[in-house]
Design a protein around this ligand. Structure first.
Ligand SMILES: Nc1ncnc2c1ncn2[C@@H]1O[C@H](COP(=O)(O)OP(=O)(O)OP(=O)(O)O)[C@@H](O)[C@H]1O
Ligand SMILES: [Mg+2]
Length: 238
């Protein structure tokens, strides 16, 4: 089915082919109401009176347009990742609908979109922000770290590597419950394959090194993640 999405700076709606629609979801107009984040890889806007977040994915290279045809685009990958993580018991935002761009369109700014639950309205915020604002020895902080490690170990048990692992892609609520966004993942056949172990460790190490110039996690928190999550013994390192 065709889907028209009206953007903020352009009255001409962008046309997409809807590839997923949740059961009994509202079927009216979809209008971007205000910009939440404008990023190089995507534009995030609020929609449905702020209750939902619309993620419009930008092409990074020309061949991304062609990936759309065999469902290998970043749109399909993030949706599959969202479902796979939910299927192993991890929390991800509810996705209400998704679509891919129609080729060839005149104003081809986005390769696709998906519309999901607004986590901020559901009482969540980025773990990055929690770590920046909470006291080093706050109880909530400890619970978030514990739950983060739990989720990373669940991914490890199911041979999943979370591609873009950093703390702006992890949300938590006031009880410390974790929710995962931007869910590009790689699923391996077995957690004993050397390739999986290497990739998994690389993504965890990347998380620990991500915010080099600012203090986000404490050394103690990093040590906990390192000791509990990594396959290879790197516990001596900072
Ligand atoms: N469902 C949501 N609810 C609330 N805020 C959200 C939601 N999805 C995304 N955001 C906000 O928008 C930001 C960017 O989203 P996202 O990580 O999906 O985009 P991206 O373009 O893939 O970003 P990057 O590649 O830089 O990580 C998030 O860090 C978060 O602050
Ligand atoms: Mg992100």
């Amino acid at each position: 089915m065709l889907r028209k999405i009206t953007l903020i700076d352009n009255d001409i709606p962008q046309l997409f082919a809807r590839i997923y629609k949740g059961p009994e979801q509202y079927d009216g107009d979809c209008r971007a109401e205000s910009i939440l984040e404008e990023r190089r890889p995507s534009l995030l806007t609020l929609t449905h009176n702020g209750e939902r977040v619309l993620k419009l994915i930008k092409p990074r290279t020309w061949h991304e347009y062609f990936k759309l045809f065999w469902f290998h685009s970043r749109v399909s990958k993030e949706i599959k990742g969202n479902r796979t993580l939910a299927s192993i018991g991890l929390r991800t935002p509810t996705i209400y609908e998704a679509g891919i761009s129609i080729f060839p369109a005149r104003d081809f700014r986005y390769i696709g979109y998906y519309c999901m639950e607004n986590l901020s309205s559901a009482g969540y915020q980025e773990v990055y922000r929690y770590y920046k604002s909470l006291d080093d020895n706050s109880e909530l902080r400890a619970r978030i770290t514990e739950n983060l490690i739990h989720d990373l170990l669940e991914m490890r048990r199911h041979s999943i590597v979370f591609s873009d692992l950093h703390l702006n892609n992890v949300f938590a609520d006031e009880q410390g419950k974790i929710c995962w966004i931007d869910t590009g993942i790689i699923k391996f056949r077995s957690d004993s394959s050397a390739r999986f172990r290497k990739k998994y460790d690389q993504s965890v190490i990347r998380l620990l090194d991500f915010y080099r110039s600012e203090k986000v996690m404490t050394d103690q928190e990093k040590q906990l993640v390192r000791q509990q999550c990594l396959f290879s013994d790197q516990s001596g390192q900072k």
